[in-house]
Write a protein that binds this ligand. Structure first.
Ligand code: GAP
Length: 432
C-alpha cells in the first residue's frame, strides 16, 4: 500500500486545476469528474504515450474511432444486455443500495443495522437511452460500456479495406459508461470513463505467444508511466471471476493509496465476440488467409487500459513531499514527458522593460521548441517555484537583472531544487 493519502491527491488536483467534480456548482454528480486545464494536458500525455507505444510503434495496428451509440443488437449479441451485471442489495432500514460483493457481513455499511440487507438482485450496468422522438422498445440504445465492441463490429470493414495479414490489431481510445452501483475512490470507479483498448487478432494456434507479448508490453508501458515495478502486480484471474467472454485474464494491479486494485486487464477473448456477431448479424466475419488456406474466425487478445485509472496511478506515484528551508514542500515527481508544463519562465520583476523583453524572448524560444511552456509573472518567486513544483514542472527558468548584462538565466530543477546559471543559448540543452 502506498503512503500517499487519496485526500491529499484529490485536494492538489482540485487546487491546481487537474480535476474538478462534475457540475460542481449544482453539488456535483456521483462517479463523474471533469478534467481541468492541467488534467487535460496530463491525460493527453498519457494517451500519447500509449498511442506511440502501441499504435505508431507497431506495423500491424489500425486505429479506429467508433461512435459511442451503437445499434442495440450489438449489445444483445455481445452478451452485455443480459450479462453485464453487478449484484445489487438494498437495506430495508435505510434503503441504501450497494454492491453485494462490497459488503463483508450482514451489517449495513451505511446505517449499521444488522440483518436488514435483502437478497442480491442482478443489476445491468449499461446506461439506457432512446434514439429519436419515440420512447419504445424499438428505439432503445445504450451508451457503450466498453470501447471493444466498436472494434469487433468494424473488423470486417478493416479487413476489406486494408487486407491485413494476421496477426493485426485495431486500437481505439474513447469514452465508456457504466452505471456503477457504488462509484468510489475518485477516478477509480467512475460512471463515465475513458478506455484505451486494442483487439489483437491472431491465429488460434498463436494466442499464447501473443498473450505473452502483450503481457510484457503492458509492463513496459507501466514503466514508461513511471509506475514503480514493486507497486505493479499481476493477478491471474480465476475462471469464476473472469468476464463472460474471457478464457484467460491477467489483471495488472497497482498499489493505489486505498489498496491494491485493478489498473488494467489483459484478456484472451478467443473467438467469442466475432462468433457472436457473425451469428447475430448473419454476416461472414471469417478471415481468409492469403495463401488460400481455409477461412476461420481469428482469436483475440485484448489489452484494455483505463485512462482515468492510469491518470490516478501516475498522480499517486508522483505525489511527493520533502522539507525545504524548514517548510514542508509538496511536488509532483512526474516523468518529464508526462509533465503538463515542460518549463516555466519567470521574470523576476514585472516593471523593468529590458528584463521583461529578455524574458519574452526566452519564453518564445522555449515555446516554439517545447510547446507547453508557462509564463509566470505574478506573485513572489518562492511561491511561484512552489506552484510549479505542485504541478510537476521539471524546470523553472528565471530571468533576473544579471540576464540583462550577460544573457544568462537561472535554471531550477524541480526534484532537487538545485539552481545553476546557464547561457540563454544553452537552456534547451539543459531542459530536454
Ligand atoms: N473491454 C474489456 C473491458 O472493458 P474491464 O476490465 O471491464 O474490461 C477495462 O475494463 C479497464 O477499464 C479496467 O482495467 C479499468 O482500467 C477500466 N475501468 C473499468 N471500469 C471502470 C470504472 N468504473 N471506472 C474507471 N475505470 C474503469
Amino acid at each position: 500500500m502506498s503512503e500517499v493519502k487519496l485526500d491529499d491527491i484529490v485536494s492538489l488536483a482540485k487546487r491546481r486545476g487537474f480535476i474538478f467534480p462534475s457540475s460542481e456548482i449544482y453539488g456535483g454528480l456521483a462517479g463523474v469528474y471533469d478534467y481541468g486545464p492541467l488534467g487535460v494536458m496530463l491525460k493527453h500525455n498519457i494517451e500519447n504515450l500509449w498511442w506511440s507505444s502501441f499504435v505508431i510503434a507497431w506495423d500491424d495496428m489500425y486505429p479506429l474511432d467508433a461512435a459511442i451509440l451503437m445499434n442495440k443488437k450489438v449489445w444483445e449479441a455481445s452478451g452485455h444486455a443480459t450479462g453485464f451485471n453487478d449484484p445489487l442489495i438494498e437495506c430495508s432500514n435505510c434503503h441504501s443500495r450497494m454492491r453485494a460483493d462490497h459488503v463483508e457481513s450482514d451489517k449495513c455499511p451505511v446505517c449499521g443495522k444488522t440483518s436488514t440487507l435483502g437478497k442480491p438482485k442482478e443489476f445491468n450496468m449499461m446506461f439506457k437511452t432512446h434514439i429519436g422522438p419515440v420512447t419504445d422498445d424499438e428505439s432503445i440504445s445504450y451508451l457503450r460500456p466498453e470501447t471493444a465492441q466498436g472494434i469487433f463490429v468494424n473488423f470486417k470493414n478493416v479487413v476489406e479495406t486494408f487486407s491485413p495479414d494476421l496477426p493485426f490489431g485495431i486500437a481505439q481510445i474513447g469514452k465508456a459508461f457504466r452505471n456503477e452501483i457504488s462509484p468510489r475512490e475518485w477516478l477509480f470507479r467512475l460512471r463515465e470513463l475513458e478506455q484505451m483498448e486494442i483487439e489483437y487478432f491472431v491465429h488460434p494456434d498463436k494466442w499464447e505467444e501473443s498473450f505473452e507479448e502483450w503481457r510484457k508490453g503492458s509492463l513496459s508501458f507501466f514503466e514508461k508511466l513511471g509506475l514503480g515495478s514493486k507497486k505493479v502486480h499481476e493477478l491471474e484471474v480465476p475462471k469464476e471471476d473472469r468476464a463472460h467472454y474471457s478464457q484467460r485474464t491477467i489483471d495488472f494491479e497497482y498499489d493505489f493509496p486505498f489498496g491494491r486494485r485493478e489498473l488494467s486487464g489483459l484478456a484472451y477473448r478467443g473467438d467469442y465476440d466475432l462468433n457472436a456477431h457473425q451469428k447475430a448479424s448473419g454476416q461472414n466475419l471469417e478471415y481468409s488467409p492469403k495463401d488460400g488456406g481455409k477461412a476461420f474466425i481469428p482469436h483475440v487478445i485484448e489489452p484494455s487500459f483505463g485512462l482515468d485509472r492510469a491518470f490516478l496511478a501516475v498522480l499517486a506515484e508522483a505525489y511527493s513531499t520533502d522539507t525545504q528551508g524548514g517548510e514542508q514542500r509538496v511536488f509532483l515527481k512526474l516523468p518529464a514527458d508526462l509533465a503538463p508544463i515542460k518549463v516555466a519562465v519567470l521574470p523576476l520583476v514585472k516593471n523593468k522593460p529590458e528584463l521583461t523583453k529578455k524574458a519574452k524572448e526566452v519564453y518564445k524560444m522555449l515555446k516554439d521548441e517545447l510547446g507547453n511552456v508557462m509564463w509566470v509573472d505574478s506573485g513572489n518567486i518562492g511561491k511561484n517555484y512552489r506552484k510549479m513544483d505542485e504541478i510537476g514542472t521539471p524546470y523553472c527558468v528565471t530571468i533576473d537583472f544579471q540576464t540583462i548584462d550577460d544573457d544568462t538565466v537561472t535554471i531550477r530543477h524541480r526534484d532537487t531544487t538545485d539552481q545553476s546559471r546557464v547561457d540563454i543559448k544553452d537552456i534547451l540543452k539543459k531542459v530536454i
